[in-house]
Each structure stands twice: as structure tokens, then as C-alpha cells.
Write a protein that binds this ligand. Sequence first.
Ligand SMILES: [Zn+2]
Length: 132
Amino acid sequence: MTEQIQPHVHVTAEPDRPLKPALLRGWRRRCPNCGEGAVLHSYLKVHDTCAHCGEDLHHHRADDGPAYLTILLVGHLMAPLLLLVFEIYRPAPMVLFSIFAVGCLSLSLYLLPRLKGAIVAFQWARRMHGFG
Ligand SMILES: [Zn+2]
């Protein structure tokens, strides 16, 4: 008598959550699950759980991702713009510096929390780092 051993395949991985709505909610700094509760407090700190739906958010590992994307976007927008403004208008150096210093800083401060929300939402949607 031969006894065949059947391989046990455990399908425990759940499918990914819809990415696009999660990213849009994250960009609006809202919970990727319900879109109501805030993801962030005190500018960049992620809430442990959503205040509205109770979804666990502490699993995120955003790390340097939001800063990297912010530098990538601000650099690629402002560097060509700086050259363009210099070539067309030839403003005084201090005028050029002042405008672009304020512009780069403002754009960075605008993008950073939104990109962090989007990265947390991406990790949530892809069930990364314990977002099960
Ligand atoms: Zn929520």
C-alpha cells in the first residue's frame, strides 16, 4: 500500500487592496482604509490607529521615502525653472535667490506630508510590513 502525501498549500496571502483610492486618500493625509481619519499628527508623525475606523497604521515603514520623493520632485521642478527665469529675466542675484529659496521651501513643506501619507497608503494597499 502506497500512501501519497499531498502537499499542503496554505493560501494565506490576501489580495492587494485597491491602490488608486488608497493613494488619493494618503495624498489628502487621510486614512487609506476609510478616507476620514487623519493619518498624520504634528506635521509628520503617523497615528498608531485611525481615529475614525480603527485601522492599524503603525505598521508603516515610510522612513526616508517621503524625503527622497520630495527632493526628487522639487529638484526636477525648480532647477529647470531657475535656469529659465535666469535666462529670460536676468534678475538681481539676491532677488533670484530669495524667490527660489522661499519657493523651494514652500513646495517641500507642501509635498512632504502628502507624499508621506501616500507612501503609508501604498504600503497599506500592498500589505507591506504587517499591514495584513
Ligand atoms: Zn480609517
